[in-house]
Design a binder for this molecule. Structure first.
Ligand code: ATP
Length: 710
């Protein structure tokens, strides 16, 4: 006769009439009673904490939940597995009480150490927002896959087929063993063997097709995103490139776009495959022995928790290690590139010590990472081993009582060894998916960015005179907004006239050119720049850059032939036009002397040409467009006098062109119609050479300085 002892909380329930059932053996009623008492005990204790603290304390709630539920879980487990009750069938038993109290404290401690509470509401909200953002990003990444839906669908179908086939292989392995162990019937044996081979073949073929289709989808997706991102980047204003490091941009283009593709394809592939496989395996295991399945599933939360803690810690340390490797490389690079300074300041020892310190830091991070991995492997092995021992022990009883065959056990063991791996993969993939979605976030940030300088202008007049006026212009660079570079700047460039900007270095001459080229834009209300009385932004982007062309101080050439470089950006340009422009820039003669003439490949940056040759190609590139406004920013420094003469002659052949020249060699601009001296971002003086010399002001002083022996 089984009686509940009237102890503790149970006495209270008893008194309230909630517990009054007596059962002679473990039964459904007894189990229900245990669960009811667990629920009531939990509610009473939680109510007690609420009254005491006035608010729910998560750590206490968790401990109470474990403490209250454990006896019922333990007892139910014992009844299900062995058919006998444990010492928890008597609620007052000290062993049960101690086990529950100890386990709940251990569980609470384990939880607190591994998954600490967030410190405040704002952090919780932040986390929630982050999750929401990740979900939104994930959907966006998925949507961009639209053109590859067919490939993806095919991949997913083959994925499911591969998984289903794979799942049946251990099942038929067990069957074959059973047939061999018991009365052997060749037809049964052969059919089991045939099915096993068919499933193996099906799984291999489907896995191959799945891999191929998904890789195709990733390739096409990554390529599409790269092009989109590249287009978005090239539309950005120059100020954007000054605030973002080149490394960051290239990393978005190469690494993050690839990660985005992986997010959906590889992770979803692995996730789905593992998920379907896990589910299927659990179903098959249940069909083999539901009791044994129930036993081994108890391991799942522990494996999941261990894996998730390990992933978080390991990832953090891996990132730290990467940073540390990068700083060690930086330190070495710095010393190697600046070895002359290091040597002449006798700081070899100092640098060696610095490098050693960085390496030691790196070593310590590496050790910590390896320790975490060792502990993880140990914990994983121990859990797996304990579960295997338990499983073997229990399966012996099941086989002896005829509830299971040896073949079933073999299948079961094969499934079990896979199950642990699958659960680990599932937990890992979730973390990895968040990482990849983070990469997508950075790519979308650039994709969504609206350039600060618009290119929506529509104006394309048939006739452009090329009259430019800067009026009351005030400007500061976006990267240094507190420093005004141009202040109330006024300047007029007339068609058919040559204007020269002169002045000391850093006074604002190139800034005028950058503004006229629309590389930067002044803020509204800070003056105007008008071209034929219209603001620059109202002109069509392509039209504008065909009519207003600059040749800058540093000639930039791109990889491709010389011909491509001269016709750069023009859709239609004949070889005659190219050669004509090259002649005017005094580049034709040296080009035809090259082995492949105009088809000579220019390496990136034009490395194998001299600066003067590169400059002449850059001038030809400007002249071939027959611009209405031509800007030459300090080009004469890299030209010999013959080339300079030739260029001046060809410019004289276009009498209606507006010409703006920046020059340090003042001799070259004496013939200019207007010379403007720029000082501290303002127009200091203007006039012809003769007028300015007669004034004996800033221009005169510049000339004097220029002519005086250094
Ligand atoms: N991209 C930039 N971002 C921030 N400040 C800049 C930038 N470019 C130039 N400046 C600053 O603006 C000022 C004017 O520079 P600018 O290049 O227009 O002078 P400059 O007269 O053309 O000089 P130089 O003759 O040496 O080319 C300088 O003080 C310079 O430091």
């Amino acid at each position: 006769m089984y009686k509940l002892k009237r102890t503790g909380t149970m006495e209270l329930f008893y008194a309230l009439g909630l517990v009054s059932v007596s059962v002679s053996s473990p039964s459904v009623a007894h189990t229900a009673l245990l669960w009811l008492s667990a629920a009531l005990r939990g509610c009473a204790l939680i109510a007690g904490t609420l009254v005491t603290f006035g608010r729910p304390v998560p750590v206490l709630i968790r401990s109470i939940a474990v403490y209250s539920l454990l006896p019922a879980v333990f007892e139910t487990g014992s009844v299900v597995l062995s058919g006998q009750g444990s010492w928890c069938d008597r609620p007052g038993d000290a062993r049960c009480w101690m086990m529950c109290a100890g386990s709940s404290v251990a569980a609470a401690l384990f939880w607190e150490l591994s998954i600490p509470e967030t410190s405040g509401d704002s952090e919780g909200e932040e986390e929630e927002k982050q999750k929401h953002k990740s979900r939104v990003l994930f959907i966006r990444v998925l949507r961009l896959f639209r053109p590859d839906y067919l490939l993806l669908l095919g991949g997913l179908i083959f994925l499911s087929l591969a998984v289903i086939c794979e799942m049946f292989i251990p099942f038929y392995t067990g069957r074959v063993i059973d047939i061999l162990r018991t009365r052997y019937q060749s037809s049964e044996f052969l059919s089991a063997l045939l099915l096993m081979s068919l499933f193996s073949l099906g799984s291999s073929v489907s896995a191959g097709c799945r891999g191929g289709l998904l890789l195709c989808a990733i390739g096409s997706y990554t390529c599409r995103i790269k092009v989109k991102l590249f287009q978005a980047l090239t539309k950005q204003e120059i100020g954007f490139f000054e605030t973002i490091k080149t490394g960051e941009i290239t990393s978005r283009l190469s690494k993050d776009t690839k990660l985005m593709g992986m997010t959906v394809c590889l992770n979803v592939n692995v996730l789905l495959r593992t998920f379907i496989k896990t589910l299927g395996m659990i179903l098959l295991m249940l069909s083999l022995s539901w009791k044994l399945t129930f036993l081994i599933l108890m391991e799942t939360p522990i494996t999941g928790l261990i894996q998730s803690i390990y992933d978080k810690k390991y990832q953090r340390l891996t990132l730290a290690l990467q940073d540390s490797i990068a700083s060690a490389n930086n330190a070495a690079n710095e010393v190697v590139s600046g070895i002359r300074v290091v040597r002449s300041f006798n700081s070899e020892r100092h640098e060696a010590r610095r490098y050693d310190r960085i390496l030691q830091d790196m070593g310590s991070i590496k050790n910590r990472r390896d320790t975490v991995r060792a502990i993880y492997l140990l914990a994983r092995r121990l859990t797996g081993l304990s579960m295997q021992v338990l499983m073997m022990f229990y399966s012996r009883t099941l086989i002896q009582t005829g509830q299971m065959t040896t073949g079933n056990l073999v299948s079961f063991i094969l499934y079990h060894s896979d199950l642990g791996d699958n659960i680990r993969t599932l937990t890992y993939i979730f973390g990895d998916m968040l990482n990849s979605v983070g990469a997508a976030g950075k790519v979308f940030e650039y994709l969504d960015r609206t350039p600060k300088i618009s290119t929506d202008g529509k104006l394309r007049p048939d006739q452009l005179r090329g009259h430019v006026s800067f009026s009351n212009l005030t400007f500061a660079y976006p990267s240094n907004p507190s420093r005004t570079v141009l202040q109330d700047f006024n300047l007029e460039l007339k068609p058919g006239e040559m204007t020269a900007l002169v002045g000391l270095s850093g006074e604002g001459k190139s800034t005028c050119v950058s503004l006229l080229e629309r590389l930067y834009e002044h803020e509204d209300g800070n003056g105007h720049i008008l071209l034929d009385s219209e603001p620059l932004k109202s002109y069509d982007h392509q039209y504008f850059h065909k009519k207003v062309v600059v040749v800058s101080q540093e000639p930039v050439l791109f990889s491709g032939s010389i011909r491509d470089n001269i016709a750069y950006g023009l859709t239609e340009c004949s070889l005659d036009e190219i050669q004509e422009a090259a002649r005017n820039a005094n580049a034709h003669d040296f080009i035809v002397q090259l082995e492949r003439g105009y088809d000579t490949e220019v390496s990136e940056g034009g490395g194998q040409l001299s600066k003067s040759e590169r400059q002449r190609i850059a001038i030809a590139r400007a002249l071939v467009r027959q611009p209405q406004v031509l800007i030459l920013d300090e080009i004469t420094s890299s030209l010999d006098s013959e080339s300079e003469h030739k260029v001046q002659q060809s410019l004289a052949n276009r009498p209606n062109q507006t010409l703006l020249v920046i020059a340090h060699r003042l001799k070259t601009i004496e013939k200019a119609d207007q010379i403007v001296v720029v000082l501290a971002g303002k127009v200091q003086e203007k006039g012809t050479h003769q007028e300015l010399m007669a004034m004996k002001g800033s221009y005169y002083k510049l000339r004097e300085n220029f002519n005086s022996p250094q």
